[in-house]
Ligand binder design. Structure first.
Ligand code: FAD
Length: 640
């Protein structure tokens, strides 16, 4: 029978195969946009991208995540599947979609109430009303709580006055701002009766008949490293008045006479609750990173199956020079990245299912919501870093040909680079993950900032930290991992062993980071200084946590499949992901006595063996991504 790419595609596509199939069709039809990105001027290309957005909006696909009554499809999971598939194509188109439907539309849907939904959503879904999500300021990006745009309530007029209060408080990098946006969801500090209530969101007209609205100044951000089909820009507000109803009031409101009301008393918690409703964009970008990695790998692996360099004197297929993918080093470069791409696909699937459950109201548990937010942050960070690394490696693996724009790497590199920054800077996101781990996602700690978290951990008895992280249980469980403590070493291809190792690393790191925080505070150091000193440790802990989550998702996926060639192929990829991850951190495992030096070398040998076993099925494994040929576009490179 042999390995069947179509069967693997079904496994990869998961529950949204129909939606993905439709998007693949649309991508085939609009594939010429890839050429346009290279041949058009920036101004022309922006218009072209807008055209594609409006045309695609007419098909209903981009609105999938919105309620049916406004022309949507009521499926958050479906909308993310659509977005992930769109990421096989031009990424300016993708990001313009993300800004319009995910950020702008998503903010109105999630933070607004019926009056806002009735007023805007149908037009947004249909692509008739384009808008912006104006959160970031030049002075503050990651630290959103410190924004300096202010919305002051004027009770007499029943209006908010939106003002850019400082030189660096203008909104910056805002998608759709430079040219196409008519409205913006503006995040600003709300001031009522002289009292500040923290950051809230307001719908503000920024452009009327193509011209900046009164009191609004707009500047173009100009050429960017990539994504030049998206019109990013800057916004200044000089006392712009909007009606009281312009405040997106799902979580808080101001009465006409100027009384501030919110069901969530704590300002920090209110703010994090608001932000929590916006994680769909983060989940989408992570998924897009995985898709972009698939495009790069499909091209590089297919190239490596055509390109020959050097005679090696090996018995082979009768050709004098050897195929690149028959070189051990070439396998080493590409196949662990392929395995990690599969792993992240399944981790992303778990995340999307959880997101869908929470957003559809199926899961209402607060703890589950916080875990979801953490998983979204961690998966986005790992998936987008993976994209940057994979695309670079694949470019190099195609030699000079990889450098030609026609072969897609130029755009892939330039356009995906910023995925590590927007929708939350990856390093900052991993700190969020670490905070969740240290506070065990408890409600009472939701509203803590970093310094409060340090104090909290420091004030816990060490016993509690150890108890909370469950480290003791793990130590018991993994006693068998310690070399020379039992007779037989675990099988190197045992997924349970792999997962134990990764979990042990995570939990050991977590307990030791908690100890370090505590001992710093106990010694009288300032919380900020302690935090800064252990920050790399915190980030590494979060990283370790997410790698373990990704492996669990892969193991669960394989376990769910019936015995077949496809399952067997996934077993090889799963083991390669696990062992190459362990290998990458083998110094740490050796330092902590979990791998002997002999065992560490065996891990490396096993990674090499797995690469050789995967080599014959590598083509099928990338064909399974089902990327339309028109998008691979590698006429020269692949000669196919
Ligand atoms: C092309 C593009 C499109 C965008 N679109 C939008 C949009 O439509 N709407 C919108 O609101 N925003 C948008 N953004 C803004 C984007 O979300 C921010 O750039 C991002 O959140 C990072 O903020 P920053 O640029 O201020 O970086 P900073 O927060 O200043 O970070 C700079 C560096 O410092 C590090 N750093 C920051 N804080 C810490 C810390 N506590 N500890 C350790 N290291 C730290 C970060 O890791 C990073 O490497 C866009 C940006 C770009 C480039």
């Amino acid at each position: 029978m042999g390995l069947d790419a179509a069967v693997l595609t079904d496994v990869l596509d998961g529950g949204y195969a129909d939606i993905r199939a439709k998007i693949r069709e649309q991508l085939r039809d609009s594939a010429s946009v890839l050429d346009d990105a290279e041949t058009m001027t920036r101004a022309e290309f922006r218009e072209r991208v807008r055209e594609v957005l409006v045309e695609t909006a007419a098909t209903g696909m981009p609105g999938l995540g919105f309620p049916v009554e406004y022309g949507g499809g009521n499926s958050v999971g479906g909308s993310i599947a659509a977005f992930e598939t769109l990421a096989y194509g031009d990424l300016s188109v993708l990001v313009k979609f993300g800004v319009q439907f995910g950020l702008f539309g998503g903010a109105i849907l999630q933070l607004g109430t019926k009056r806002h939904h009735d007023a805007y959503i149908a037009d947004i879904v249909a692509g008739r009303l384009l808008g912006c999500f104006a959160m970031t300021e030049h002075g503050h990006g990651s630290n959103v709580a410190a924004l300096s745009t202010v919305a002051t309530y004027d009770a007499e007029a029943g209006e908010f006055i939106i003002t850019t209060t400082r030189d660096d408080a203008y909104k910056d990098y805002i998608g759709n701002a430079a040219q196409h946006g008519e409205l913006a969801v503006v995040f600003a500090q709300l001031v009522v009766g002289g009292e500040s209530h923290g950051v809230h969101a307001f719908v503000v007209p920024i452009r009327v008949d193509g011209q900046p609205a009164a009191g609004v100044r707009i500047e173009d951000d100009g050429p960017k490293m990539g994504l030049n089909g998206v019109d990013n820009g800057r916004l200044w507000f000089d006392g712009v008045r909007v009606p009281r109803e312009a405040m997106l009031n799902r979580f808080a409101d101001v009465t006409p006479d100027g009384t501030y009301e919110s069901a969530i008393e704590n300002a920090n918690r209110r703010f994090f609750t608001m932000l929590g409703t916006l994680i769909q964009g983060r989940v989408s970008v992570g998924g897009a990173g995985v898709s972009a990695s698939k495009v790069a790998l499909a091209i590089a692996i297919r190239y490596a199956l055509r390109r020959r360099q050097f005679e090696t004197g090996q018995e082979g297929d009768g050709e004098s020079e050897q195929l690149l993918l028959d070189y051990g080093q070439h396998q080493r470069r590409l196949l662990p990245l392929l395995a990690r791409t599969y792993a992240l696909t399944f981790a992303q699937e778990v995340l999307v299912d959880q997101l869908d459950a929470v957003f559809s109201g199926q899961t209402t548990d607060d703890h589950a919501r916080r875990e979801l937010e953490s998983r979204a942050a961690g998966t986005k960070a790992l998936a987008t870093w993976h994209a940057t690394r994979t695309i670079q490696e694949c470019r190099e693996a195609c030699g000079g040909a990889g450098y030609l724009a026609v072969n897609r790497f130029a755009a892939l590199k330039a356009d995906t680079d910023v995925f590590t920054t927007f929708e939350g800077d990856n390093t900052v996101l991993l700190q969020l993950v670490a905070k969740g781990l240290l506070t065990a996602y408890s409600t009472e700690f939701e509203d803590m900032d970093q310094l409060q978290m340090v104090r909290f951990v420091a004030n816990m008895a060490l016993e509690t930290v150890v108890e909370q992280t469950g480290v003791r249980k793990v130590v018991e469980r993994v006693r068998h991992l310690i070399p020379n403590q039992n007779d037989g070493e675990p099988d190197l291809r045992d997924p349970g062993y792999h997962l134990d190792l990764l979990r042990w690393r995570e939990e050991h790191m977590l307990a030791s980071v908690a100890r370090r925080l505590k001992s710093g505070i106990d010694a009288g150091e300032a919380p900020g200084a302690v935090f800064s000193r252990v920050q790399d440790h915190l980030v590494a802990t979060a990283h370790a946590h997410v790698e373990a989550l990704v492996l669990s998702a892969f193991i669960a996926k394989v376990d769910s499949l019936p015995a077949s060639e496809e399952r067997q192929a996934l077993v090889l990829l799963r083991d390669l992901y696990a062992l190459s991850t362990i290998e990458a951190d083998r110094a740490w495992f050796m330092e902590h006595g979990r791998l002997s030096s002999v065992r560490s070398k065996l891990v490396t040998a096993e990674v090499n063996r797995l690469c050789r076993e995967i080599r014959p099925i590598a083509r099928t494994l990338v064909d399974a991504f089902a990327i339309p040929e028109e998008l691979l576009r590698a006429r020269d490179l692949l000669g196919e």
